[in-house]
Design a protein around this ligand. Structure first.
Ligand code: NAI
Length: 335
């Protein structure tokens, strides 16, 4: 029976890359039924809410979604719908594999790491207020339960996937209590669930320097929400940019798959966005629901297209001249 997937096309480049992704999934023979749902700026205009009730109810019911990027206004306006979705469905870990891709020229050719970002608390709690004019207080929330569940997930993931090491990035020299708790929980989870997995802790500024010097020394990175957000984009820069890094937001009984990148307003509507990050996120989704054959087909197809390196088949961000749909067509030709 076809698996029902909630689809949020999103804002900016979202509709174009979700269309391309659906095309590739269909060509690979993925057995899916789509329920398209509104969210984001477009939903506010049409349904009077950036996250309409019908969208929440459908995800509650079907438990799996593929999502395009959603715009969050800067410095004013409504709060992030992405953050609301992650909190509503308790999607406590963002899993973001970052790897060197065939044919994409970068300074490194041996990146093979996974960013694990805590997804529900930390500096992303969204709790801010003005104490007096000119003085703003932002609260960072850190709970033992939140730290333990992401650390446990990281060690279990490392074991199941045959990975060798988990590195926790922190700033416990300054945030002694919050990051102190994160470290304490991770050490405990390592003892309980990390047998055979190496565990290390690095102060985040040093960690960033080390990633840029030699990313191959890293395997699984374990990070608080805000730090994970920043380091995800840093890592994307090691392998060719945001067009090639997928992601999954995972909870105990629900998962939403999305690329790491945003709605890219600077290129929206031009038909030139790279759909690969969302296509790779969809591959993660197919593996998650057990449709491994189409997942493998798509993986082989994009590796072949990237490896061939024909400019007319690659999007501009990775050195080509193709549009969003032309890239998707190149993939389907390889299947
Ligand atoms: P962004 O990720 O949208 O764009 C950063 C840069 O990368 C831009 O130059 C853009 O053109 C490029 N880029 C991103 N995705 C690309 C793709 N698929 N193909 C080719 N080039 C691509 O980040 P930015 O500009 O900081 O944020 C724009 C909006 O997106 C904001 O409203 C932000 O809140 C939102 N956002 C949403 C996310 C989500 O829905 N999960 C994640 C990150 C940002």
């Amino acid at each position: 029976m076809a698996q029902t997937i909630c689809l949020i096309p999103g804002d900016g480049i979202g509709p174009a890359i979700t269309e391309a992704t659906k095309h590739v999934l269909a060509a690979a023979g993925a057995d899916l039924e789509w329920v398209e749902l509104p969210a984001g700026a477009a939903a506010a205009e049409k349904h009077g809410d950036v996250l309409p009730r019908q969208t929440i109810e459908a995800i509650e019911h079907h438990r799996i979604a593929l999502k395009g990027p959603l715009t969050t206004p800067i410095g004013k306006g409504f709060g992030s719908v992405n953050v609301r979705l992650r909190k509503t469905f308790n999607l406590y870990v963002a899993v973001r594999p970052v790897r060197s891709m065939p044919g994409i020229q970068t300074r490194y050719d041996d990146v093979e790491l996974v960013v694990m970002r805590e997804n529900t608390e930390g500096l992303y709690s969204g709790l801010e207020h003005q104490i007096i004019p000119g003085v703003i207080e932002t609260l960072r929330i850190t709970t033992q339960a939140g730290c333990e569940r992401i650390a446990k997930y990281a060690f279990k993931y490392a074991k199941e996937r045959g990975r060798r090491k988990v590195t926790l990035f922190h700033k416990a020299n300054i945030m002694k209590m919050a990051d102190g708790l994160f470290i304490e929980c991770a050490r405990r989870m390592h003892e309980q669930f990390g047998a055979g997995i190496e565990y290390e802790e690095l102060i985040i500024d040093n960690g960033c320097m080390q990633i840029v010097r030699d990313p191959s020394r890293f395997d699984v990175l374990l990070l608080e929400n805000f730090n994970g957000d920043v380091v995800s984009d840093l890592c994307a820069g090691l392998v060719g940019g945001l067009g090639v890094v997928p992601g999954a937001n995972i909870g105990d009984d629900c998962a939403i798959f999305e690329a790491v990148h945003g709605s890219a307003p600077d290129i929206a509507g031009q038909g030139i966005a790279n759909p690969l990050a969302l296509i790779m996120s969809a591959v993660m989704m197919l593996n998650h629901i057990g449709q491994t054959t189409p997942a493998e087909k798509i993986k082989q197809a994009y590796n072949a297209v990237l490896g061939d390196g024909k400019r007319e088949e690659l999007t501009r961000d990775i050195g080509g001249t193709a549009g969003t749909m032309e890239f998707a067509e190149a993939l389907t030709r390889r299947m």
